[in-house]
Ligand binder design. Structure first.
Ligand code: GLN
Length: 190
């Protein structure tokens, strides 16, 4: 049995918990405290509002303990706002939060006309079949360095990438019927 946490401060928390509960070998818990963080072997940082999640992480003194565990190898997956929180750099913004992943992200990168959109895409490392990818006021990755591998691009923009124990997606697999990204993350842990 592996215990996977979903950071439960704000955003699409229950959707990730529901997906994780589809796997027999996974116990899924909501993480809001340092004690709960100590129980998990992997953590998902969900979509939501990165400024709100970031501020609450600071208020709850969770930035340092979370950063420390990720730097020691805790598998982490950030979806959308979660990707922004992992980034070492947010474009045109002096602020960054966990600063663990060698990516520069652009927030709300698709502009207001394109608040949300969906498409089907084959992502080689994840699944042989096309999978639905849903974007909601999504960021994309403008720049990578270090040991980041690109997993998926849409219109030449990076929307999924991995660096060692860290996975980041601009989109929301937890809002679709498809389980392949969650399966990939479970396999990253086990
Ligand atoms: N636009 C949000 C932000 O900047 C992210 C949106 C999402 O997570 N769906 O934090």
């Amino acid at each position: 049995m592996i215990t996977i946490g979903v950071l439960g401060i704000q955003g699409a928390v229950s959707e990730h918990i529901d997906k994780l509960r589809s796997f027999n070998e996974v116990k899924a818990i909501v993480v809001k405290t340092k004690e709960e963080l100590n129980l998990v072997q992997g953590i998902i940082i969900p979509g939501g509002e990165s400024t709100a999640i970031g501020k609450l992480l600071e208020d709850f003194s969770l930035i340092e303990p979370l950063r420390e565990r990720i730097e020691k190898g805790l598998p982490v997956w950030g979806t959308c706002a979660g990707m922004i929180l992992l980034a070492k750099k947010i474009s045109k913004d002096p602020k960054a939060y966990l600063k663990v992943m060698n990516i520069e992200v652009k927030r709300n990168a698709y502009g207001s006309q394109l608040e949300s959109f969906q498409e089907q895409k084959i992502i080689k490392e994840i699944s042989k079949e096309p999978i639905p990818i849903v974007f909601i006021r999504a960021p994309y990755v403008e720049r990578i360095w270090g040991t980041v591998d690109i997993l998926a691009e849409v219109d030449g923009k990076i929307v999924a990438c991995r660096e060692k124990n860290m996975l980041a997606t601009s989109f929301h697999p937890e809002l679709t019927e498809d389980l392949s990204f969650h399966k990939y993350f479970v396999e990253m842990i086990s």
